[in-house]
Design a protein around this ligand. Sequence first.
Ligand code: GLC
Ligand code: GLC
Length: 814
Amino acid sequence: MQYGYFDDHSREYVITRPDTPLPWINYLGCQEYFGIISHTAGGYSFYRDARLRRLTRYRYNHLPLDQGGRYLYLRDNESGAYWSPSGAPACRDLEQYTCRHGLGYSVIGSVGHGISAHTRYFVPLDENFEVWQLEIVNHRLHPVSLSVFSCIEFCLWDAQDDATNFQRNFSIGEVEIDDGVIYHKTEYRERRDHFAWFACSAPIEGFDTQREAFFGAGRGWERPVAVERGESANSVAHGWAPIGSHHVRLLLEPGETRQILFALGYHENPKDRKFDPPESQTINKETVRPAIARAVDAASADAAFSRLRAYWEERLDICQVETPDPHTNRMVNIWNAYQCMATFNLSRSASFYESGIGRGLGFRDSNQDLLGFVHMALERARQRILDLAATQLPTGGAYHQYQPLTKQGNNDIGGNFNDDPHWLILGTAAYLKETGDWSILDEPVPFDNQPGSEQPIYEHLKRSFRYTLDRLGPHGLPLIGRADWNDCLNLNCFSDTPGQSFQTTTNKDGQVAESVFIAGLFVLAAKELAAIACRHGEPADSQHCLSEAARMAETVRAQGWDGAWFLRAYDDFGRKVGSKECAEGKIFIEPQGFCVMAGIGFDDGRARQALDSVRRHLATPHGIVLQQPAYSRYYLHLGEISSYPPGYKENAGIFCHNNPWVMIAEAMTGNGDAAFDYYLRINPSAREAISDVHRNEPYVYAQMIAGRDAPTHGEAKNSWLTGTAAWNYHAVTQWILGIRPEYDGLRMAPVIPERWPGFQAVRKFRGVTYDIRVHRKGPGNAVGVTVDGHSQAGDLVPLPSDGRALVTVDVTLG
Ligand code: GLC
Ligand code: GLC
C-alpha cells in the first residue's frame, strides 16, 4: 500500500493521507537555520546546533511522535467549528489532505468546511528565519468569518536543560510583545545575546505567550481553549512555558483568496547593544526589524522561494541521469542527492531517531558523508575537512564526535575508535578527486584545536596512516580499540552493568582484539594516500604507503581469511569472530565489502568467493543482513552487537550503510546484475509499494531495515541521517553507472545490468559539462570511449586542454 506518490517533475513527494505509518519528514534550511517538519507540520527548529540553540520545543518520544510543531488552527466564527489544515493537531473533517515535501520546503494543507488552506514552509537562503506562507480560499457560496490562530512552543535554548531542569526553567521564561511580534528572550537578561521572534503579516486581533492561557487547564494541542472560544487571552508569560500564538480575523467573500505569512526567526545582537534604552531590559529591536519586515512580506517570500528552488536545481543539475530504471533516476537525480545534503548538514544530530541532544558531528560519519556531497558544495566540503582535521589528535587518532556550534571534540565520548583516522583520508581523497584543489594539502590545521599545533592537512593524513601501523595486534592486524565502523562490536568493553555506555566502557587494555575490517580500510586508505603523495611530490611517502598496503593485504590473506570469506576480527582472547568456527555470527558483511573494495582477493579468486558467500548467507529480498547467524543472547566479550534482539540494528539487521560496499565490490568484479540487484533491494523508491512493511519515508534511505531474524523483517528505521545516503549515491553513480571523478579526470567505467541497452547522463566536473551517452553493444563491461567524436585510448577522460566547457562522451559497452 502507498500513502502518496512521487511527482518527479516538481521534484516533490506528495503524501495524500495523514495516517502514514510514521511521521514522514522533511528538512527546512540548509545553512545555519534548520527545522524538521513532519507531514502534519510537526517538528522543531534550531539555529546551527540542535542541542545548544533550540528555538522550539520537542517532547521526546511523544505521542504522536511528531508533536509539537508549527501549528495553525482555523475557526469558523459562525459555527465555532475549528480544525488544523495540516491534519494536526486538531484533526477533523479534512478533505483532500496533501503534503508536498520538496527540496528545502513543504506545502501542507487540505480542504475543510468549504475552506481550503495550504501553508508553504521554508527557510529562505541566507536568512535565519522560517516562513509559513498560508493561503486560504473560501469555496463556499457565502462570505465567511474566520479566525486563524498560530501556535509554537518556545524552547528555553539548551534542549537538554529544557527537558530536565524545571525547578529553574519554570521561573525564567520571558517574552516581549511589540507591534504584533512576539519575542522570546529567556536568559537574554544574562549571558545570551540572542532571542527568537515570531511575527505575522496581518494585523492581529490578539496573542498569547503563556502556554496555559492558550491551551486551558488540562488540555493539549488538540483543543486549545483560546481557539475554542475564538479569542486570545493576550497573556504575557512570566516564567512557566512561553509560547507564541497570534490570532487573526478574516472576512472572505465567496471565491476569495487571502494570504497570511507567519515567520519564526533567530537573531543575535551585538553584546554592547543588547538593550534599548541601554539601561533597560528591553530588547534592542533595531537590528532585527529589517529581517522581520522581509520575512512577512509576500513578494519577498515569493522571491526567496524562487531563489531556493534555483539553488537546489543548480546543485542537482551537477549530476543528472536517465537510465531504464525510474527508481534509479529519481533517487540519483533528486532524493538521494538531497538526502546527502541533509546528512552533510546535520550528520547524525537531529531527526526523529536522533534527538539533537545526543550526538554532534561524527568524525567517521561526516567524512563518509563527503562522498555523497562533495560535488554539490565544494567550499563547504573543504571547510568541513578542515574542521574535522582540527579535531584530530596528535597521535593521528580522533575525537569520535564534535559539537557543530563549538567545533570542539566531544570529551564525553573521546577517541580510540581505531577506524576513525582513515576516513579522513577517504574524505579528503573524494574532495581532491572532485575539485583538483591540491592546495588543501598545504592548509595548516591544528590538532585537537590547540593553537600552535598547526600542521598541513597532508601531515594530518600521514598521521592517520601511521596511527594504525603504531597499533598492530598479535596477528599483525590493526587493533580494534573501542570499535571500528561497527560501533557495536565492542571487543574491549566487557560490560556487565546495566546502563553503562558500550561506546565508552573499556575494561580490557586493548592489546589483543584486532579488526580485519580496519585492515581492509587501511589498505584502501593507504592506496589513496599513495596516489595523493605521488601527486603532492612525495614519491618516498607514496612508496611507503604502497608497501605497507601490500604488507597489510598479505596479512589479511594469511590471517584474515576463513576459507570461504574474510574473517571479521579476533576477540580479546585471540579467538576468531565471523568464522565458521563460531557458533553464531559466522560471517559478517563489512570485511567482505571492504576487503574487496581495497582490491584484496582479485588475484586468487577470494574476492569472488567472498561475494558468493555474501549472496549465499547474507542476502535477503529486503537487503543484505550484517551477519549470520544472529546472536541469540548477550555475549560479554562482543558487546553491544549482542545486546540487540536478533534481526535489529547491528545484530543481523540490514544495515543499509554497508550494502553499497557489496554493490561496489560486485561492480569491481564486473557483476553489474548483482550490483544493481542489491541496489534495488534497498532503494526506497523501489520499496514504495510496500510502504506498509517498510513504514519509513519512501523518498529517503533508512539506516536499517529489520533482518530476516526479526519478526518485522523488512521494516525500516532511522531514516534520513545515515551514511547510507552517501554510500548509495557513491555506489550507484560512480560504480554502477561508473562515472567516476578521479585525480586526473573523469573515468567512464559503467558496470550496469546486462539487460540495459545503456543510459545517458550529464555530469558537471571541474567547470566542464560532460554529456555522456552509454550504449551497450554486447554483454560485458569492456569500454570504448569517444570524446567529441574522437575515439581515445582507455576509459579516463581528461579535462579538455583547450578550455571547452562542454564535452560529449560516447561510451560503448561490451
Ligand atoms: C551508525 C553510526 C556509524 C556506525 C554505524 C554502525 O550509523 O552513526 O558511525 O558506523 O552505526 O555501527
Ligand atoms: C548505537 C547504535 C549504532 C550507533 C551508535 C552511536 O550503538 O546501535 O548504530 O552507531 O549507537 O553511538
